[in-house]
Design a protein around this ligand. Sequence first.
Ligand SMILES: O=P(O)(O)O[C@H]1[C@H](O)[C@@H](O)[C@H](O)[C@H](O)[C@@H]1O
Ligand SMILES: [Mg+2]
Ligand SMILES: [Mg+2]
Length: 287
Amino acid sequence: QAPMWKRALDKRLSKVASRSGALVCLIIRKALTEEKRISTKTSTADLVTETDHLVEDLIISELRKKFPSHRFIAEEAAASGAKCELTHSPTWIIDPIDGTCNFVHRFPAVAVSIGFAVHQELEFGVIYHCMEERLYSGRRGRGAFCNSQRLQVSRETDLSKALVLTEIGPKRDPATLRLFLGNMERLLHASAHGVRMIGSSTLALCHLASGAADAYYQFGLHCWDLAAATVIIREAGGIVMDTSGAPLDLMACRVVAAGTREMAMFIAQALQTINYGRDDDQRSSNS
Ligand SMILES: O=P(O)(O)O[C@H]1[C@H](O)[C@@H](O)[C@H](O)[C@H](O)[C@@H]1O
Ligand SMILES: [Mg+2]
Ligand SMILES: [Mg+2]
């Protein structure tokens, strides 16, 4: 049981994060219907808009006012060259709009993700589904919720009875696409019930935490896609690990998550690796 000061601090921090998320969702919902100025980052499929930047700046300024000594890892700052270094300091890990491509197309699977770590341990996360007013939250040792409903992962262990979620990632070169499609083909050959992509890794991971899917895997997502969702899935009883079967490496741009370890291992063993570098390796592009 964490010390009283820590429980009180976590509660205060997660309240601030939830309030920030709620405020910016109003901005995103309004902007979704409006004309957007769109630019690309690491590929023609890796989009960013002025709303991504506005929302990220708003969240960080709100949090910095209250916690000036804390550190930040945020998607659009990283895209502009900021270091992604998870130290022992209290650190907020932020994806201002997860599902920017959906946002650009007015496809309503769009979320805000705010994770929090201390001593390199993920302590809590909130993910706001902006179009459905659903707040997914998880605090280490205190459970995971969607609004006030407790979350519980699926207990499925049989891949031939599984619904599997994934995302393409930003690379679209022929070699990457062959590996991506080969991974999907192997899971379908193993008679998985289906493989789905919704265009938002954080919302897909929330579906896993709520038991609406049995597994998730991806190469090409980032620490800001993973931070909050990892706490939520673990607190819903699930497992989040590296695609090699080793413990999760938050900066490795790859993940397998599932309701059961057996399911996660089946998925991991079926995958061929797609190399996206690391978030904390400044030499590799943030693709
Ligand atoms: O850039 P945002 O924050 O929209 O995150 C998405 C990534 O861009 C995709 O490559 C990735 O495949 C996932 O869809 C992820 O949610
Ligand atoms: Mg984003
Ligand atoms: Mg994202």
